[in-house]
Design a protein around this ligand. Structure first.
Ligand SMILES: NC(=O)c1ccc[n+]([C@@H]2O[C@H](COP(=O)([O-])OP(=O)(O)OC[C@H]3O[C@@H](n4cnc5c(N)ncnc54)[C@H](OP(=O)(O)O)[C@@H]3O)[C@@H](O)[C@H]2O)c1
Length: 287
């Protein structure tokens, strides 16, 4: 029987490319998206290349949709080998400008969504004594960046959540945990984030923050077009890193997906680049 994988957020970007890449690599892919009206591009690819991909509705903010999707996979295959928590959304706005609803939303999509899906699959993986949960965070999961305090906070949370699970769920139950940390990715992500950043007066940031925000944006725009030094990967390049992690025996806890991402985070993971030593130290100390 083929290895199977559930991927969240496959309407565009890294999730879309991962669905195709994993199917091409021989996996049975369950490509989920919150809005099935966005499935046309993936459906066209499935038909064109006869890919083994089934599209499911799943909104990471909605427990019922998660349970329905996971139960459908278990009913069909009797197992789930890999969960790829890819769904996420950018948000660059000063904390002072963000409404409570926006704060809750950023956290819900980027952090609690990962908690929900992981909680839904763990009983099946534990029972099977096998599984791999791969969470896509960001360099923003290791390094706080300007105007990204809410997004980075959520991605830091995913890092801590994953690291903690790796200390006591991995070894006894055969479940691996990995975190893929990309730098910038040339997807709709940035555009979507900027659209939310503008306030109702069309301003990016107001008052004291406006000149600092302007400088930040100009820097981001010039780096985006700076050729080799650019932090941007394509969604497919990031998907290739994810596939490699999925195909590695004893996969690393942490992987940066590009040289730029490695450089950006360099100071933090220097002593323990893939996070394994620290997890072992914690295990030795507590368990
Ligand atoms: N792009 C970057 O610069 C960058 C950098 C570092 C890390 N990342 C991370 O990489 C991952 C993939 O991002 P991307 O660049 O591929 O961005 P993207 O093209 O915007 O894709 C994000 C995906 O997440 C989905 N999504 C959003 N809210 C959801 C929800 N409530 N339930 C289910 N799916 C939801 C989106 O669906 P809709 O189409 O319905 O919105 C979309 O399919 C994210 O975790 C992101 O944080 C991105």
């Amino acid at each position: 029987m083929k290895k199977n994988i559930l991927i969240t957020g496959t309407s565009t970007g890294v999730g879309f490319e991962s669905a195709i890449l994993f199917a091409e690599a021989g996996f049975q892919v369950y490509a989920s998206m919150r809005n099935l009206k966005k499935a046309d591009a993936l459906k066209a690819k499935i038909t064109e290349a006869a890919l083994d991909i089934e599209i499911l509705q799943l909104d990471v903010t909605d427990n019922a949709s998660i349970e329905k999707a996971v139960n459908a996979i278990i009913a069909k295959d009797g197992k789930l080998d890999i969960l790829l928590n890819n769904a996420g959304a950018g948000f660059a706005k000063t904390l002072e400008q963000a409404s409570q609803a926006e704060i809750d939303w950023v956290t819900d999509v980027n952090y609690t969504g990962v908690v929900r899906t992981t909680k839904a699959v763990l009983p099946f993986m534990r029972e099977a004594r096998a599984g791999h949960v791969i969470n896509v965070t960001s360099v923003g999961g290791l390094v706080g960046q300007p105007f990204n305090e809410l997004y980075c906070g959520a991605k830091f949370a995913v890092e801590g959540f994953t690291e903690a699970l790796a200390t006591y769920v991995s070894a006894p139950f055969g479940i691996d945990f990995s975190i893929v940390e990309p730098g910038g990715i040339a997807t709709a992500f940035m555009e979507n984030a900027v659209a939310k950043t503008v306030n109702q007066n069309g301003e990016m940031a107001t008052g004291d923050y406006a000149p600092i925000f302007q400088k930040y944006l100009e820097g981001a725009q010039s780096r985006a077009s700076s050729g080799e030094a650019s932090p941007y990967q394509t969604g497919k390049e990031v998907a290739e890193v994810i596939l490699k992690v999925a195909q590695t025996e004893n996969p690393p806890l942490r992987v940066r997906s590009s040289k730029w991402a490695e450089w950006m985070c360099n100071l933090k993971p220097q002593a323990d680049p893939d996070g394994t030593q620290l997890v072992n130290q914690v295990k030795d100390h507590f368990l």
